[in-house]
Design a protein around this ligand. Structure first.
Ligand code: SF4
Length: 84
């Protein structure tokens, strides 16, 4: 829950430099720390965000930082360059 609060409070900050890759729609960030109420399931079992067009900045920018990325690094399509 601590991470969720921090993500919300820092969500208007810019995305840290060095992020690369793209979202693979794994949905891991929609479960931090519990399943988002806006995450819905289609009849075919695939999940989707029911407020995608108006999702808040902490979802829109995820992972905004290296720290956030550590929470999903095994499945997330994004990665961060090593700090210089
Ligand atoms: S964890 Fe990363 S790849 Fe998975 S849905 Fe979130 S941003 Fe996309």
């Amino acid at each position: 829950m601590k991470h969720k609060l921090k993500r919300t409070l820092t969500s208007l900050l810019p995305i840290e430099e060095g992020r690369q890759g793209e979202c693979n729609n794994c949905g891991a960030c929609c479960r931090l720390p519990f399943r988002c109420i806006f995450l819905k399931e289609k009849e075919d079992g695939k999940e989707y965000c029911s407020i995608y067009a108006v999702r808040p900045p902490n979802c829109r920018k995820f992972p905004r930082s290296r720290e956030e990325h550590t929470l999903v690094k095994d499945v997330c399509g994004f990665s961060f360059d090593d700090k210089k």
